[in-house]
Design a protein around this ligand. Structure first.
Ligand code: ATP
Length: 579
């Protein structure tokens, strides 16, 4: 299978923002892909080598990539660096360099998908002494055999700047079209993906064994399940109206963990399916001791508890996510994991069972101990009672309540009314904080000049177009340390122009790759001609008086930020609250 065909697909995908066209391109291409190659091909279209939870990161620095381009093209590193400064895009630099070389040597492409994949995999896994040189050699080898467009694709792939704009739902649509001629198989494919977080595996199963096998996917330890998410409603009354009787649980403001146990081995995944096991040795040990199942997948919220037994703020709990000093952090801020879901236990898939049963099965398995506990819950069918509980939980320093539908299955990867959150509201009219994606930043003026940072331009995620739509310029809520830290962090992600997957009318001082998620509180949502979120009749929605809360939310990927649909719902909530 020639790499050039995949690159031709990349070019087509890049040329259109339209999801339907992308689906057609993908489905047509899939017809040509042999079943032994589809897994790799799907990963390469996703811009990855293996699913994120397997922890293989390409992480090629621009410098290293430039040295490989220089080697392969015979140009000096100075030349390549100058070209990069001018163009700001290593893909274009590689393309130009290799086209100059092609003109002189007339070498033609001879790359296969396998060759590219294998070399990139070696680059990603090379370590130890001499690994930098080895990586350069592996990449140079690829560039040397590349036609210009292939070199562009490789350079962008390795530096994490592919611009295909194609999201998983579109790949799933195309797999469905490939399989049954239309999108009717999409739900089964989606479910398989949500249960495994591995689209390559799902595609391979489809190609090798057919749709019936895709339907048999079930939770599997060490394959993180995409999390079920909560909806919002404005009041206790509305919640009871919707659910009747609900399991009302404390809403802990910590870190969501998904714990997988297989015999004696325990692995822990974050909300974004990263393997975070090394950061939680205490949870690993406690699971072995306190969880009564040989194999299991369960979820809970981890939250720090201080010496006086009080819950600590989210920001302090997440310090644990830093890779260094875990042992000290475990001593200083001992964690408790409040378990609230059981998805799988000893061969039994519980995701399709009603919540009440899952919860009973969970309670049976959590033994008394210091780290694991089950989230406090009450059966409630009266809104006054729900309000009283809400006040009591908030009084204990918790964030609010989660009301759960007793009958609902666990819907992986979806935001449904199976769970409804009611939070302490941070601001007068807006029922919740938003998690927004940084798409640009401003240089500081006046007192902020010395930090080189004056604020953030942010966006929410629109699932239907796979784009980030602007919603707020945030200029307050930063302390000095954060201003310097933002500048340092964002500088690494500056791009020369507005990315294809960003929809925004205003221009910041610098655009950045939509990657980092931050939490923002605001007074309310207002209609505005400047922002594009929820765009209708020449107006979008904007946040009024937005303030930053905390720093980057490392537990969320950009596509897990607040969505346009949620913003529209919040706007409706706000209007219903204000009458
Ligand atoms: P979301 O997870 O909905 O995208 P978020 O991460 O900002 O948003 P919230 O909106 O505050 O979090 O609420 C949902 C989160 O609440 C869950 O993902 C989970 O981490 C946390 N949580 C705390 N307590 C519970 C509980 N008892 N049951 C379920 N989730 C809980």
């Amino acid at each position: 299978m020639d790499f050039s065909e995949l690159v031709a697909l990349y070019e087509k995908l890049e040329s259109t923002p339209k999801r339907l066209e992308m689906t057609d391109y993908l489905a047509a291409y899939f017809k040509e892909v042999p079943k032994t190659k589809i897994r790799r091909v799907v990963y390469l279209i996703q811009g990855i080598l293996v699913p994120e939870h397997q922890g293989v990161e390409l992480g090629v620095a621009d410098k290293l990539c430039m040295r490989a381009i220089a080697n392969a093209s015979g140009q000096s590193i100075k030349n390549i660096e100058a070209a990069f400064r001018k163009k700001g895009d290593l893909g274009v630099v590689a393309q130009d360099a290799m086209s100059k070389k092609t003109q002189t040597t007339l070498s033609s492409s001879e790359l296969s998908v396998d060759k590219v994949y294998d070399n990139l995999f070696k680059v990603a896994t090379a370590s130890g002494a001499g690994s930098q040189d080895h990586k350069i050699k592996l990449l140079s080898e690829l560039f040397s055999s590349s036609a210009p467009l292939e070199a562009k694709a490789i350079a962008r792939f390795v530096t994490g700047s592919l611009r295909l704009g194609v999201a998983e739902p579109t790949i799933i649509d195309a797999l469905s079209v490939w399989s049954v001629g239309d999108k009717s198989a999409k739900e089964d494919l989606e479910r398989a993906f949500n249960l495994t977080s591995d689209l390559g595996w799902v595609a391979e199963t489809l190609f090798e064994k057919g749709m019936e096998s895709v339907k048999t996917f079930s939770p599997t330890p060490f394959h993180p399940i995409r999390p079920a998410l909560a909806e919002r409603l404005p009041s206790a009354e509305k919640i009871i109206e919707k659910l009747g009787t609900a399991s009302v649980e404390a809403k802990y403001d910590g870190l969501r963990l998904q714990v997988h146990k297989k015999g004696d081995e325990v692995r822990i995944y974050s909300r974004r399916q990263e393997n975070v096991t090394p950061m939680f040795p205490d949870v690993v040990a406690a699971t072995k001791k306190q969880f009564a199942a040989k194999d299991a997948i369960f979820e809970g919220e981890a939250i720090g508890v201080d010496a006086a037994g009080k819950f600590v703020a989210f920001q302090e709990t997440v310090q644990r996510k830093r890779k260094h000093g875990v042992a000290e952090a475990a001593q200083q801020i001992p964690l408790k994991l409040f378990c609230f879901e059981l998805l799988y236990a000893d061969g039994r898939d519980l995701t399709n069972e009603p919540y009440q049963l899952r919860r009973e099965e969970l309670e049976k398995r959590v033994r008394k101990g210091t780290v694991l506990d089950v989230a406090a819950t009450h059966l409630v069918s009266d809104s006054k009672e729900l309000e009283t509980l809400f006040d009591a939980f908030v009084g204990e320093g918790l964030e609010g309540v989660m009301a759960k539908d007793l009958e609902a299955p666990y819907v992986a990867g979806a935001r449904k009314f199976a769970w409804i959150k009611l939070k302490r509201s941070y601001a007068s009219n807006l029922a919740d904080s938003l998690d927004v994606v940084v798409i640009g930043f401003y240089y500081g003026k006046g007192k902020r000049t010395k930090f080189g940072f004056g604020g953030l331009l942010t966006a929410v995620y629109d699932e239907s177009s796979n784009q980030f739509k602007s919603i707020a310029k945030i200029g307050t809520g930063f302390n000095e340390e954060q201003m310097s830290a933002f500048r340092e962090l964002l500088e690494k992600d500056v791009v020369p122009e507005k990315p294809k997957n960003v929809d925004c009318l205003i221009v910041p001082d610098e655009w950045v790759k939509p990657k980092h998620v931050v939490t923002v509180v605001a007074d309310e949502l207002t209609r505005s001609p400047t922002h594009t979120a929820g765009w209708k009749d020449q107006e979008g929605l904007a946040l009024r008086f937005p303030r930053l809360k905390g720093f980057v939310r490392e537990d969320k990927a950009a596509k897990q930020a607040t969505t346009v649909k949620e913003v529209l719902d919040l706007y409706d909530l706000q209007r219903s609250r204000s009458g």
